[in-house]
Design a protein around this ligand. Structure first.
Ligand SMILES: NC(=O)c1ccc[n+]([C@@H]2O[C@H](COP(=O)([O-])OP(=O)(O)OC[C@H]3O[C@@H](n4cnc5c(N)ncnc54)[C@H](OP(=O)(O)O)[C@@H]3O)[C@@H](O)[C@H]2O)c1
Length: 322
């Protein structure tokens, strides 16, 4: 299959920046569509062969227009929280966008589509996030004239991630840290491994129609991950796992977090409901791809804050591979 130019939606974010770097290495031309070119130009504009185009991807005509001439499309758009609480924001960002994307691909004769989904995505899932991610996947895989691969990672780590960095930021302000959903399980996966999996499967017909599960090498509870984060940052914190009812109450209170429009919500009822499904793989597709997933201990200490002796100890261990 001949692929030269790839259109990317959501390509300015954490995963998108790593993926763009990886695909440029393979010689592809990239057209990244963004809502705000100025906000992202410093991160991406210097990559050779990358065009950063400002547009409204929710407008079907503009979407089709800007994908014209692309040989493949990668959709990385995803939100963890919405402004309201009725699911309309999730539906617009995940489902309606994909519906328009399918129409645009047909109009512009683009057959190859790669969809970034998430472990646990399921049209019958417990949260708006998982349901709408699942519906989007199903819509794409139901479009049998397209060659679709969906990628279902656990939580993704790497410099600039929103998981470890977010917890590190929260821990800084809270000597006693009440932790909701402490027993939820994750298999954190390195952003460069995810990008590598996408690059390797881009043109491989064996992966058309597949939904790939992508997990790191180990499973942790949220409590273990937050304690590890505190260790990496050198902060001595008292972490208090909350029982289920208090987790739910904390989430309901934070639904009304007043700064959500600016810095996002630290936690929400929808996040709480998403943790009802463990974010772990039943079979890890990295194995078949010949990719050995990177352990978080080898990477995370290098980008969390460098303070205190404990942080230096964790950094030393990550360098020595212990
Ligand atoms: N990070 C993780 O741990 C993780 C785990 C599992 C799955 N995923 C999935 O992986 C994908 C990429 O994640 P990420 O961490 O790179 O996310 P991110 O950093 O938040 O980037 C997502 C990008 O999507 C665009 N976007 C966000 N909301 C949008 C909206 N309402 N309408 C149109 N565009 C919108 C933004 O681009 P512009 O601002 O340029 O328009 C943004 O740069 C998402 O689909 C996410 O659900 C992520």
């Amino acid at each position: 299959m001949q692929i030269r130019t790839i259109g990317i939606l959501g390509g300015t974010g954490f995963v998108g920046r790593t993926l763009a770097n990886r695909l440029i290495q393979d010689g592809y031309r990239l057209r990244v569509l963004t809502r705000n070119r100025e906000a992202h130009r410093e991160n991406l504009i210097l990559l050779p062969g990358l065009d950063l185009v400002q547009t409204n991807i929710h407008n079907p005509e503009l979407l089709a227009h800007h994908l014209s001439g692309c040989d493949a499309v990668i959709n990385l758009v995803g939100i963890l929280n919405e402004r309201g609480r009725n699911g309309a924001g999730f539906r617009a960002a995940h489902v309606e966008l994909v519906r328009n994307l399918i129409t645009a691909c047909r109009e512009k004769a683009i057959r190859r589509v790669m969809q970034m989904s998430a472990l646990g995505a399921d049209a019958a899932g417990p949260s708006h996030y998982l349901r709408t991610k699942g519906e989007a996947e199903d819509l794409l895989h139901g479009a049998t004239d397209l060659l679709v691969t969906s990628y279902r990672p656990s939580v993704i780590f790497g410099a600039g991630d929103s998981f470890f960095n977010r917890f590190a930021g929260l821990l800084r302000f809270a000597p006693v840290f009440p932790l909701a959903c402490a027993n939820a399980r994750f298999a954190p996966v390195f952003v460069e491994d995810v990008a590598e999996a996408m690059a390797r499967t881009l043109r491989d017909p064996d992966y058309f129609g597949k939904r790939l599960q992508l997990c790191g090498p180990s499973v942790y509870t949220l409590e273990q991950l937050v304690r590890y984060t505190a260790g990496c940052t050198g902060l001595r914190r008292i972490i208090v796992p909350l029982p289920d009812l208090l987790s739910r109450i904390q989430a309901a209170l934070l639904d009304f977090w007043p700064f959500g429009a600016f810095i996002g919500k630290p936690f929400s009822t929808d996040n709480y409901l998403s943790t009802k499904v463990d974010s772990i793989c039943t079979g890890n597709d990295f194995d078949a791809l010949g990719i050995r997933p990177t352990a978080l201990e080898a990477v995370v200490p290098s980008y969390l804050s460098h303070t205190g002796t404990r942080a230096r100890y964790y950094r030393y261990r990550s360098h020595t591979g212990q």
